[in-house]
Design a protein around this ligand. Structure first.
Ligand code: G3P
Ligand code: MG
Length: 251
């Protein structure tokens, strides 16, 4: 099994539910709560800038409207990506991967880069995100962990940056997860925690893979799946499932 240098608790979309998702302010919030690793969603603008956004369109998490795939990064950057969450976050923007790398370096934060392509751009997004990640995190410890729900994107990422660790993401773990993760050379399998049970976690671990479960917001559930052997828990509730959650016997 390849080494797994990642912490047990990962802040979902930067700062979980305590800050606007996929922003530098979110990463700062994760750091303020003591988290050592964040997950975030990366995609391409129309002019091929790698930037952070979860949805296909900008409507839910900014003051703009429309499909991200048809907007240039200059157009995306002009939008406010913080005010929708709270007025104290007004002025936040959708950061580039380069800005995120800089902030992670400053805060000593490990990264799970989820490749989240705009529809139809799976291969080029996988390729570009992986290439940029390899360049930006050059010599960084630990290396960024790439993941995606898109097999095509992760395959392109593998070809563009073969040495970066990869994890296949599943909402429901399919019957052929062994073949998929082997073909992609994955170090980990990432799954919705509701699709996991103790036996499946054991099978995945026995296959030599690590397991990351998302999005676990109940402390009781986090403790249970950690007992099953889940290696990393991605959470929105960094206020109650913090960096030391699993080490703290009183919890
Ligand atoms: O990478 C884990 C998790 O972020 C996947 O779901 O929809 O929050 O990107 P989503
Ligand atoms: Mg994600």
């Amino acid at each position: 099994m390849r080494t797994w240098p990642y912490p047990a608790i990962v802040a979902h979309r930067g700062g979980g539910k305590l800050a606007p998702e996929n922003t530098l302010e979110g990463i700062d919030t994760g750091a303020r709560f003591g988290l050592k690793m964040i997950e975030f969603d990366a995609k391409l603008s129309a002019d091929d800038v790698v930037f952070l956004l979860h949805d296909d369109d900008v409507d839910r998490t900014s003051n703009g409207q429309g499909a991200a795939k048809s907007m240039t990064y200059a157009q995306l950057r002009a939008l406010d990506a913080g005010a929708w969450f709270g007025k104290e976050f007004a002025g936040a923007h959708m950061p580039t991967l380069a800005e995120v790398r800089e902030r992670c370096a400053l805060l000593n934060m490990a990264a799970n880069i989820e490749i989240k392509p705009c529809p139809g751009r799976e291969v080029e997004t996988g390729e570009r995100v992986a290439r940029e990640a390899a360049r930006l995190w050059n010599d960084a410890e630990p290396e960024p962990l790439l993941s995606s729900f898109s097999y095509a994107a992760l395959e392109a990422a593998r070809d563009a940056a073969p040495t970066l660790p990869r994890g296949m993401l599943y909402e429901r773990v399919p019957a052929d997860w062994r073949a998929q993760t082997a073909a992609l050379g994955c170090v980990s399998l990432h799954a919705d925690h509701r699709s996991l049970d103790e036996n499946l976690v054991r099978e995945i671990k026995d296959a030599g893979l690590r397991v990351l479960a998302y999005t676990v917001n109940e402390p009781e559930r986090a403790r249970l799946i950690a007992r099953w052997g889940v290696d990393a828990i991605c959470t929105d509730r960094i206020d109650i499932i913090g960096a030391d959650f699993l080490n703290d016997a009183s919890k």
